[in-house]
Design a protein around this ligand. Structure first.
Ligand code: UDP
Length: 331
């Protein structure tokens, strides 16, 4: 344990806020740095919150000057795949240029450890399954490309400046804090699980993007991983940097694939409600199947996902959805 701070950049967002909470409960001092464009102030109810933007060297300088920082966790990124195709400049400016500003501030203040949120979207269309960390990276959209480019920058900074990084490539983050204090709250929401659960709560249909994929039931297969398990991996990644002094890359997934239809069926069981379905065209940029090998995270980090069934993940997400639906009802 350290008296220094962990700087949680993008800590008001979905995965960042769960990690901030996890670190706080593990006894760490945290400071969240977030521009609150997509993040929620209410999601940061522990640790310090500094509102600032990665585009501003002054904002960064202020937070690094005010707090003694041991390690940076960098979650701040735009993450809508479709939007990244429509407006790549927005994605490269924020995800790339913003990260360069952050790394420059780290160098100025001699902070050398960073845990970076990357994504299975950096692999593109898989050529082999399950996907290991050595699978080629050929992203098919600017979002995935921006993450891959940051990975490369981290390597180069490691060689040149001694920066030490753990890159975590998330598969499909899902679920909510088991105590239902925070959860997934995107606007607009584009992810399957919250949309299916909203459909269950409201009795409205959910769209299924494509039923003619080369998979057993024709719908896309994904590897869903609980957000609290991702949070735990960040703490282990930080320990890894301290203990080994080495940089590394890890996939984070449950190593189990579920089709869109299977997710919907299980959601009906968990909620006890029917989910109506509209079959639609494929969504551009969706690979048929993404399933992780998380062998490396298991062996090198000792990471063991606690929520290793999809129903356990869905139960926490359903509790959160019901809370959100209740809160949004007119008085
Ligand atoms: N999906 C769907 N309907 C939706 C949202 C998503 O059928 O309203 C599908 C999507 O095509 C993909 C899977 O569900 O195959 C997971 O999508 P999500 O956006 O949750 O995560 P992604 O895999 O894109 O990161």
């Amino acid at each position: 344990m350290t008296e220094k701070y962990v700087l949680v950049v993008g800590g008001a967002g979905y995965i960042g806020s769960h990690t901030n909470l996890y670190l706080h409960e593990a006894g760490y001092r945290t400071v969240v740095f977030d521009n609150l464009v997509y993040g929620h102030k209410s999601a940061v109810f522990c640790g310090e919150l500094v509102t600032g933007d990665l585009a501003s060297a002054d904002d960064l300088e202020a937070v690094f000057t005010q707090y003694d920082i041991a390690c940076v966790m960098h979650f701040a990124a735009y993450a809508y795949v479709g939007e990244s195709v429509q407006d790549p400049q927005k994605y490269y400016e924020n995800n790339l240029a913003g990260t360069l500003n952050l790394l420059a501030a780290m160098r100025r203040h001699e902070v050398s450890d960073i845990v970076f949120s990357s994504t299975c979207a950096s692999y593109g269309v898989p050529v082999a399954l399950p996907i290991t960390e050595s699978h080629p990276q050929q992203p098919i959209n600017p979002y995935g490309a921006s993450k891959m480019m940051v990975e490369r920058i981290l390597q180069d900074y490691g060689r040149a400046y001694g920066l030490r990084s753990v890159v975590l490539r998330y598969f499909n983050a899902a679920g909510a804090d088991p105590q239902c204090r925070i959860g997934e709250d995107h606007a607009p929401e584009t992810h399957l699980i919250p949309l299916v659960l909203q459909a269950a709560a409201r009795g409205t249909p959910v769209r299924v993007f494509g039923s003619d994929y080369d998979t057993p039931d024709g719908t896309c297969i994904r590897d869903y991983i609980h957000v609290s398990d991702l949070a735990a991996a960040h703490k282990l990644a930080m320990d890894y940097l301290v203990n080994t002094g080495q940089s590394a890359i890890f996939n984070l997934g449950n190593e189990q694939g579920f089709s869109v239809k299977e997710v919907i069926k299980l959601a009906e069981t968990v909620t006890g409600r029917p989910v109506h379905v509209n079959y639609c065209d494929r969504r551009p940029g969706d690979p048929a199947e993404l399933v992780a090998s998380a062998d490396l995270a298991r062996t090198a980090l000792g990471w063991r996902p606690a929520y290793n069934t999809l129903s356990a993940i869905l139960e926490t997400a359903w509790a959160w959805t019901k809370r959100m639906e209740e809160a949004s009802k007119p008085l």
